[in-house]
Design a protein around this ligand. Structure first.
Ligand SMILES: Nc1ncnc2c1ncn2[C@@H]1O[C@H](COP(=O)(O)OP(=O)(O)O)[C@@H](O)[C@H]1O
Ligand SMILES: [Ca+2]
Length: 494
């Protein structure tokens, strides 16, 4: 064979080496950039228009990983100034205006080129449910105004809605289990697996106007109105959920005061749930402005003086009477007001009002029910002057903690039937891994279809394929370059 033949073969080997080398380099770079460069961040936002106040939550997650579990985290929370939107009946324009500062704060955080594609929602809860019941056109006007303002911003606004009580409970359950990673787990071998069902936790939400309980019971749910079947990541969950309207803390306080007014013949109301020495005035119009309180025909004066007596036993009895326990007729699968509740099961996360009150009393570290009772009793008996002096920074809520603590205790033990043993299954918390626990995250995940009904594709397979190809081309490059070297050095033409 001559030189020209050797040179042709050598050129072929050299060319193949270069081509396969370039391919190998591209493939390796592809994988390395995938691993090393942080993917683009995406955002979504939800306004929680509660009965007492509105908060905005901004969530973030790495682009193209939206269907993975536990990937969404909280980027920002912003408290809207002023009361909840349902309080703006006389000036609905102000309800819309109140949302602007938080919206601007959120937009300052999200890169400008992402604004247009940021899904944004407003969900209203029990305050708006009550207003709709009382005066649906006022509720409608407020929704018009908040929507008008949110539509002005350059985000993908997907509407304002009143959640049903069942949605509020179910989304709370999804949120907490999503952040805890108890719905589905990704194993080292690259599979999505369902963690043991026992790891799923229940959700206890206490708002100002309603309260929700949601959990996965062991026994089948016999009342279909409390059953919500969810299909998440390829698995079905039939959760029990119920929302009690008028059993939020603020509505319960109104119901308590109304019951004290109705049983008190004098113009001074003695409230055993307020600390001794605490005084305020109560306007009847304010008391009867809600469908949760039956207005009375009696010719009461327009306002009353309320005096605290700091008597936890009497407070307990007065609040206990706000529940209708007799309607359960001794059935064990019944909570109160005749509402079905299956046997409780597993661990529970208690947030919102439950957390605020028990955190204030330093009762969120797994204390026994006995300690909880004693702490509340001691606190409620403290004179108001002493309470005020001990907590100079607490302003707005201080006079309500005793009432709310006794209410929370009755709701959890007599209502939901937690006992001495199961009490420590309740975990009082505000956040898990930096994300607030509430219904908003579950709501956004649902509305953006970020929790697929079926298990996500195993992404490793794609990346695995690229790696196999990269290794193949690296080996090919090495073989070809050895071949070229052998031809060049050892193939001497005859
Ligand atoms: N920092 C706080 N300390 C104590 N209680 C609080 C605090 N912030 C909010 N709350 C109480 O938590 C409850 C929140 O309810 P909210 O979400 O507004 O109502 P709902 O969920 O019924 O629509 C209210 O009772 C409110 O007074
Ligand atoms: Ca709430």
């Amino acid at each position: 064979m001559g030189y020209s033949q050797r040179n042709t073969v050598f050129t072929i080997f050299l060319g193949a080496t270069i081509i396969s080398g370039i391919i190998a380099l591209i493939l390796v770079l592809l994988d390395v950039t995938e691993v090393l460069l942080p993917p683009e961040t995406k955002y979504g936002m939800v306004f929680d228009a509660g009965s007492s106040h509105t908060s905005l939550y901004v969530y973030k997650w790495p682009a193209n990983k939206e269907n993975d579990t536990g990937i969404v985290s909280q980027a920002l929370s912003c408290n809207v100034e002023g009361p909840g939107i349902s309080h703006y009946v006389t000036d609905p324009v102000k309800a819309g205006e109140s949302l602007r500062p938080c919206m601007e704060k959120a937009l300052a955080l999200i890169p400008e080129d992402q604004h247009e594609e940021t899904p944004s929602f407003l969900g209203a809860t029990a305050g708006m449910r009550l207003l709709r019941e009382k005066n649906s056109s006022q509720a409608h006007r407020i929704f018009e105004e908040v929507s008008k303002v949110l539509e002005e911003f350059p985000v993908r606004f997907q509407g304002a809605q009143i959640l049903t009580g069942n949605d509020e409970g179910s989304f709370g359950w999804i949120t907490v289990n999503y952040i805890l990673g108890t719905l589905v787990k990704y194993t080292f071998s690259g599979e999505w697996i369902q963690p043991p069902m026992a790891e799923l936790v229940g959700a206890l939400d206490l708002g100002g106007a309603s309260t929700q309980i949601s959990f996965l019971p062991l026994d089948p749910i016999t009342d279909p109105s409390t059953k919500n079947t969810l299909r998440l990541y390829g698995y079905n969950y039939s959760i029990y959920t119920h929302s009690y309207l008028c059993y939020g803390q603020n509505q319960m306080q109104k119901r308590l005061l109304a019951s004290l007014v109705q049983t008190s013949p004098s113009e001074v109301i003695r409230n055993p749930c307020y600390h001794g020495g605490y005084e305020n005035t109560l306007s009847l119009a304010n008391l009867y402005d809600t469908p949760c309180v039956q207005s009375s025909q009696h010719p009461y004066p327009p306002s009353f003086k309320v005096e605290g007596t700091g008597n936890p036993d009497a407070c307990y009895s007065a609040i206990y009477r706000l529940f209708n326990f007799s309607s359960c007729g001794g059935r064990i699968d019944c909570a109160f007001d005749g509402i079905y509740q299956p046997q409780e099961h597993g661990q529970f996360y208690a947030f919102a009002g439950f957390y605020y009150t028990f955190h204030f009393l330093n009762l969120t570290s797994g204390q026994s029910l006995h300690t909880v009772n004693k702490t509340i009793w001691d606190f409620c008996q403290k004179p108001w002057k002493q309470v005020e002096a001990s907590y100079p920074k607490e302003k707005q809520h201080l006079h309500n903690y005793c009432t709310n603590a006794i209410y929370g205790l009755i709701l959890l033990t007599k209502g939901y039937k937690f006992n001495n043993e199961t009490w420590t299954n309740i975990h009082f918390c505000k956040q898990v891994s930096g994300t607030d626990v509430g219904w908003t995250l579950g709501y956004m995940l649902n509305l953006t279809n970020m929790i697929p009904a079926e298990a996500p594709e195993v992404k490793l397979a794609e990346s695995y394929g690229v790696w196999v190809a990269a290794i193949f081309f690296v080996v090919l490059t090495v073989v070809m370059s050895i071949g070229a070297g052998v031809i060049h050095c050892f193939w001497s033409p005859d």
